[in-house]
Design a protein around this ligand. Structure first.
Ligand code: NAP
Length: 320
């Protein structure tokens, strides 16, 4: 069986991938989007916005829009211009020769499922979670992984932030603009964050610290009503009455598929030749959170999807 050959295959269907799909489809490149499959580890076609509730900072929606509805709009817009969106998972790639080879489904199949003259990688990143019962269910109902996105909804709330790195301290400082109180819960008695962030957080009168403690239970039916924490040195358990909990224990880019194929930075994110979306393999472009450890917003992700589409289009034009 011979593989289909396409000009552009896009891996991933969050704001970056679907923006790349809209642009390449309008450029007449007939993109195929391998959108991903839902999995127990939180993978989602549509990306991280599928796990959020209201999005109020995406320009163009003055009254806000639900995350899944926004992704549906992206998808319908891409389809309108002919993008071929497939709910499937790429399991293996070979970028050593052009056209590039991609396997969907069985990675041991002798022939790749698809061949592509160019590939746009937009597989996103995952916020690391505590993996406690109720955590995923209460996302958007008091539990969040993004203060920039959701802080506004927590005006006058008592908020807990979990983690001891730069993200946790940055999120905590940001949340003091809205919350009544912000308590950082860290599993050790020493922070991982940089000195400057530590100094800033310690000097903020709205921020308290609970040291040597982990969250053992997330409480609440419809909305978060509190968390149970345990001191790891004394085993003492207490309940903290918070109605907001921000998990800030790091992110992981979805790059397993590209190990040995694409260059990655020290932190595991794909390396791109900024301001372009070029990777170290000519003809493979990367956009969205898989290559952005800094901004991680739907709008920056969408913007970089547009960059990747234009890069791919121009590169293909040069090749032909
Ligand atoms: P990070 O540096 O990896 O810190 C993660 C924190 O979460 C650590 O304190 C870790 O505890 C804790 N943690 C991990 N797993 C946990 C678990 N299961 N339960 C409880 N706590 C857990 O991640 P990050 O803060 O997201 O930062 C990632 C990178 O981005 C870093 O290089 C950081 O400097 C950078 N960054 C920079 C800025 C800035 O400069 N403005 C802002 C944000 C991020 P331990 O310390 O005990 O391991």
């Amino acid at each position: 069986m011979s593989s289909e050959i396409h000009d552009v295959v896009i891996i991933g269907s969050g704001p970056a991938g679907l923006t790349a799909a809209i642009y390449t489809a309008r450029a007449g490149l007939d993109p195929v989007v391998i959108a991903g499959e839902p999995s127990s580890t939180g993978d989602q076609p549509g990306g991280q916005l599928m796990l959020t509730t209201e999005v109020e900072n995406y320009p163009g929606f003055k009254d806000g829009i639900m995350g899944p509805d926004l992704m549906m709009e992206f998808q319908e817009q891409a389809k309108r211009f002919g993008a071929d969106i497939r709910i499937d998972k790429v399991t293996k790639v070979d970028f050593s020769n052009r056209p590039f080879s991609l396997w969907v489904g069985d990675p041991d199949a002798p022939e790749p499922t698809l061949k592509a003259n160019s590939v746009i990688v937009s597989t996103g990143a995952k916020a690391l979670m505590l993996n406690l019962e109720n955590e995923t269910r209460l996302i958007g109902r008091g539990v969040s992984t993004c203060a920039t996105c959701d802080g506004f909804f927590f005006r006058d709330h008592d908020i807990a932030v979990i983690g001891g790195g730069d993200s946790a301290l940055e999120e905590a400082s940001f949340l003091t603009k809205f919350g009544k109180s912000v308590t950082i819960i860290h599993r050790r008695d020493e922070l991982r964050a940089s000195k400057i962030m530590q100094d800033r957080a310690m000097a903020n009168p709205k921020i308290k610290f609970i040291w040597d403690s982990t969250v053992t239970e997330i409480l609440g039916d419809e909305q978060l009503s509190g968390i149970k924490i345990k001191n790891v040195k004394t085993d003492e358990e207490t309940v903290l009455d918070v109605t907001g909990m921000f998990v800030a224990i790091g992110h992981r880019p979805n790059t397993d598929l590209f190990k040995g194929q694409l260059e990655m930075r020290d932190n595991g994110y794909l390396a791109t030749k900024a301001p372009s979306s070029y990777t170290d393999v000519e003809g493979v472009f990367a956009c969205g959170d898989v290559q952005d450890s800094t901004y991680r917003q739907a709008i920056t992700s969408a913007g970089s999807g547009c960059v990747a589409a234009i890069d791919a289009e121009r590169w293909l034009e040069d090749q032909h």
